[in-house]
Design a protein around this ligand. Structure first.
Ligand SMILES: Cc1cc2nc3c(=O)[nH]c(=O)nc-3n(C[C@H](O)[C@H](O)[C@H](O)COP(=O)(O)OP(=O)(O)OC[C@H]3O[C@@H](n4cnc5c(N)ncnc54)[C@H](O)[C@@H]3O)c2cc1C
Length: 464
């Protein structure tokens, strides 16, 4: 059996930054990265050259492969500790801020754009904040470094070349099937092709691997707690409606506690001039997402509205809950994303092709199926979304217009949270480190990357 000092399972941003930090600080470590998907040079989504139609690759090239979900992301690096995960709960606010700065410098070193959007506070921003307060919205200040999808891929390619050059071994098309755990200590992993031994295992399997991870946790009695369920829709409107916010913040993070249910609804992943996209999970489950390119721009802005639900005992399946709702939408659309005009939703009628194309806005997701979201989303979530749009309309007048498009469903499959210490080592299995989106700790590129850096340093400190 081949033996390594560290095996990293999952080559998303968390895994990549763990590997980077390990080789940077200690040159003679034997490191193996095992990745379910393809290499960065082989990753290719057929949708990008066949008119936008998904052909159901398995595994999906958008969410698996080198750089994980990061490769086709917008590459928006959120530079606020308040955004993209819960690292401050483990590391404290100050340490998280320092580590974001440290990790951001690595991104810069590998070619990230030096411009930071929304870094300085202006009178226009104060005016938007005033309107937000009036509408009972909290405005979170989050400076963003935007790479765009093309640059993001280039940057992760550079990191790949760097790591290979430093002797890291990367095996693609190698989903890990099982952890080897002996007397409470992890000692290796098993893939379809081989068994590998390791002193330390870092699991950074992302949302794509969270179902598998949960199954492992159940089998190996690794402690977890129920995560939050984030469900909602992706909103698309013309750029003119959002221009003030887009100009001043690039991405404004707004939070609203709804009048009827007092639920938390937040805006997420805003793409000025961007494109709505579909994302596929196991079983060809289509959910909606959005992205933007640095140079190619549309006339529309899209962003997600997510309703956060924290369930309590005996519920323990947040991912299944999210998938169940997504499946309902898929049932109506034959595994496509559903789209409805806000006006039709309010009037309790479905959107038809005819209604969809009589507006100022032209939908950017070409294969979305017009339909009725109220047949899919629970009443409570639907009501939350409507109340949030009405609140946002007071900051960006026109958002609550009939033609605004709602694509559904947007689900964030945050994993159950794996119980780890402040060093991200499992509280149940020694030498097993868990981080990134798959462990339910992060939900964005920057915090996932920081999490990788921290896990590497914890291992290196133990080895020192
Ligand atoms: C379309 C899209 C746009 C996004 N845009 C942004 C953005 O602009 N800004 C932002 O901050 N965040 C964005 N995100 C979120 C961001 O991409 C993730 O938060 C981030 O990639 C999480 O990093 P990770 O390393 O934890 O997991 P991932 O990036 O998901 O990587 C996990 C990797 O593990 C692999 N894996 C899973 N199971 C196994 C297994 N059993 N064996 C081996 N390998 C396995 C997967 O194939 C995957 O490559 C976006 C996500 C998507 C899908």
């Amino acid at each position: 059996m081949d033996k390594f000092d560290v095996i990293i399972v999952g080559a998303g941003p968390a895994g990549i930054f763990a590997a980077y930090e390990l080789v940077k600080r200690k040159k003679d470590l034997r490191i193996l990265m095992l990745e379910k998907g393809k290499g960065i040079y082989q990753r290719n989504c057929p949708k990008h050259y066949n008119g936008g139609n998904c052909v159901f690759c398995n595994p999906c090239s958008i969410t698996t492969g080198w750089a994980g979900a990061g490769a086709y992301s917008d590459g928006k690096l959120s530079l606020s500790h308040e955004v993209g995960g819960t690292l401050p709960d483990y590391l404290g606010v100050e340490r998280t801020i320092d580590l974001i700065k440290y990790t951001d410098d690595i991104y810069l070193q590998f070619g990230a754009d030096s411009e930071v959007h929304g870094a300085k506070w202006s009178p226009e921003m104060s005016e938007i904040q005033r309107k937000a307060i009036e509408a009972n919205l909290k405005l979170v200040h989050c400076p963003v470094r935007h790479l765009g999808t093309e640059k993001t891929q280039e940057l992760y390619r550079e990191l790949y070349d760097f790591l290979i050059d430093k002797g890291v071994i990367v095996e693609f098309n190698s989903p890990v099937q099982k952890l080897i755990i002996e007397k409470g200590v992890v000692t290796g992993v098993v893939t379809r092709k081989a068994t590998y031994g390791a002193k330390y295992v870092i699991l950074t399997v992302g949302r794509e691997g969270s179902h598998w991870l949960l199954h492992q946790c159940e089998q190996e009695k690794i402690r977890t707690e129920v995560g939050i369920v984030d469900i909602g829709v992706r909103v698309e409107c013309r750029n003119e409606v959002m221009q003030e916010i887009n100009k001043n913040f690039y991405e404004a993070k707004l939070i609203h506690y709804t009048k009827t249910f007092d639920d938390k609804v937040r805006t997420f992943c805003s793409n000025p001039g961007g494109f709505v996209s579909s994302e596929y999970y196991e079983g060809n489950l289509a959910v909606v997402n959005g992205h933007s390119f640095k140079d190619l721009k549309s006339d529309n802005t899209n962003f997600a509205l997510l309703v956060s639900q924290k369930f309590t005992e005996p519920f323990n399946a947040p991912i299944d809950y999210g998938k169940h709702i997504a499946r309902l939408a898929n049932m109506l659309t034959k595994n496509k994303v559903l789209v409805q005009r806000f006006g039709d939703l309010i009037r309790g009628r479905r959107t038809t092709e005819k209604r969809l194309f009589r507006n100022n806005i032209i939908p950017t997701l070409k294969d979305a199926v017009p339909g009725d979201l109220s047949l899919v989303l629970p009443h409570r979530i639907m009501k939350d979304v409507i109340e949030m749009i009405e609140a946002l309309d007071r900051v960006s007048p026109g958002l609550a217009s009939d033609e605004t498009l709602l694509y559904g469903v947007e689900v964030k499959f945050y994993s159950n949270i794996i119980k780890v210490g402040n060093d991200f080592q499992s509280l149940s299995v020694k030498n097993l480190y868990l981080g990134g989106d798959g462990a339910g700790i992060t939900r964005g590129l920057m915090q996932a990357s920081v999490n990788g850096v921290v896990m590497a340093n914890e291992i290196l400190n133990r080895e020192a």
